[in-house]
Each structure stands twice: as structure tokens, then as C-alpha cells.
Design a protein around this ligand. Structure first.
Ligand SMILES: C[S@@+](CC[C@H](N)C(=O)[O-])C[C@H]1O[C@@H](n2cnc3c(N)ncnc32)[C@H](O)[C@@H]1O
Length: 229
């Protein structure tokens, strides 16, 4: 997001994140950026889906809020580790510049191999599904959630918006509907939030909603599931 000041912040697990003054928001939990992403999106989201569907070898992940690309990077690692083909679609209203992205230095925390993949994620063209690695293709879309029309069905949905305190408009019922309507039977929705209004909105859209243990610093988070037909 050009001309909007962001500064780097080292989170409690040693991994970096960004702080955006405009919204007075961090891109990740101050208690640990990588720990939060691994817990909320990988463990409770993607790995939960894999456990439910051990024989499916292709997965469509959708992410609300591409941000620094951390969730995309960790998802690529899981795809490569498990030889699971993942198409990863992600929307972002305010893309960070390549310079800002390069400054978020995950490789000190995740190692040199991650750096190579992260470089590819940063350089991947926007608006096309681009093969980043053998098992991981990425489509980054510069688009506001409010205007986005999902194009394909979704197996795992990462809802990683800024908090309702600063952006209440993207936690309203009507924001979830177009995405959740595309969630396949057996599909999983995860977010770090635990708000009652979000739980009720997802239930009204036909999902089974659970509160599960949250990442460090957060007692609970939402994990939801589209029942099989
Ligand atoms: C919590 S951060 C996402 C962090 C990201 N998933 C990562 O791994 O670094 C929330 C993101 O949502 C983006 N955002 C804010 N409002 C949006 C909107 N209306 N539509 C799409 N993206 C939005 C912000 O610019 C920010 O990058």
C-alpha cells in the first residue's frame, strides 16, 4: 500500500510482521507471527482438511487478505512436504510493494529454502494462476473483498482480515456469504477470530461451527465445516 506508513515489528516468537499506522493494526499476532499462522491456518485449517480427506491429492485454498504472503509461504511448504497439489487464490485490497515485502525477512526465521520460495511468491505475477513450485500454484488478486466474485469452489478458506475493531465492515454477514457459498461439502473455514456474531453468520450459512483452542495469546478461534451432502 503506497504512501501508507508501515513499520517492522519483531513478534514474540522471533518472526517479523508489519505494523500499519493507518489502521493501528499488526499484520499478525504480536505473540508470534509464524506461530499464529501455523496454528490458525495450517494446523486448524489445511491440516484439518487433509485429515478429513486423506485420499484427495488436490486442494483449492482461498485466502482473504494476502498481506505479507506468510500464509501462502507456509502453505507452499505443506504442499511440498505432502506432495499435495494446491491452487492458492488470495485477494488483497492494498498490496504491499516488493520493497516492503522484501523487508519482511522471514528467512532468518524459516531458513534459506523458504527465502527462495518467498522470492518466487513476491515475484509471481498478479491476476493469473502461476506455478510457484511443483505442487503450489498461486493467484494473487488485487481486489477488495466487497467486489470479489469467487470463481471456483473452495476446499479450505483462510479468513485473515484485519480485526473488527478497525475494519468492522469486513466482518459483516454479507461479506462471508459469497465465499462460504463456494465452500465445498467437507470444506473447512478458519479464522483467528472467535466473535459470536461471526459464529452466528457462519451457522446461518449452513456451516457447523466450533470454537477451538487459539494460537499463543488467544484462548479460542473459529473453525467451521461444510457438512457432506
Ligand atoms: C491480517 S492482514 C493479512 C495477513 C496475511 N494473510 C499474511 O499472511 O501476511 C489483513 C490483510 O487484509 C487486507 N485488506 C484490508 N481490507 C481489505 C478488503 N476490503 N479487501 C481485501 N483485503 C483487505 C489488508 O491490506 C491486509 O493485507
Amino acid at each position: 500500500m503506497k504512501n501508507i506508513k508501515k513499520s517492522q515489528f519483531q513478534t514474540a516468537d522471533g518472526s517479523p510482521t508489519l505494523y500499519m499506522e493507518k489502521f493501528d493494526e499488526y499484520y499478525h499476532s504480536k505473540h508470534g507471527a509464524v506461530q499464529e499462522a501455523e496454528h490458525v491456518y495450517l494446523k486448524m485449517g489445511l491440516e484439518h482438511w487433509i485429515n478429513l480427506h486423506p485420499n484427495i491429492k488436490k486442494c483449492h485454498v482461498f485466502e482473504m487478505g494476502f498481506g505479507t504472503g506468510l500464509n501462502a509461504l507456509l502453505t507452499e511448504q505443506k504442499a511440498t512436504q505432502l506432495l499435495l497439489d494446491i491452487d492458492y487464490y488470495s485477494i488483497e485490497a492494498y498490496p504491499l510493494t516488493p520493497i516492503e515485502l522484501n523487508e519482511v525477512n522471514y528467512n532468518d526465521y524459516l531458513g534459506a529454502k523458504a527465502k527462495g520460495v518467498f522470492d518466487c511468491i513476491i515475484k509471481a505475477p498478479w491476476e493469473i494462476l502461476y506455478p510457484v513450485t511443483t505442487h503450489f500454484s498461486l493467484k494473487k488478486m488485487n481486489c477488495r473483498l466487497e467486489n470479489y466474485i469467487p470463481e471456483a469452489t473452495i476446499d479450505v478458506l483462510y479468513y485473515d482480515a484485519f480485526g473488527a475493531r478497525t475494519q468492522p465492515e469486513i466482518w459483516e454477514d454479507h461479506c462471508f456469504k459469497p465465499l462460504v457459498d463456494k465452500l465445498n461439502p467437507g470444506g473447512v473455514f478458519v479464522t483467528y477470530a472467535a466473535k459470536g456474531s461471526v459464529r452466528r453468520a457462519l451457522q446461518n450459512l449452513g456451516l457447523e461451527v466450533a470454537l477451538v483452542p487459539g494460537p499463543p495469546g488467544k484462548r479460542e478461534m473459529i473453525q467451521a465445516y461444510r457438512p457432506l451432502l
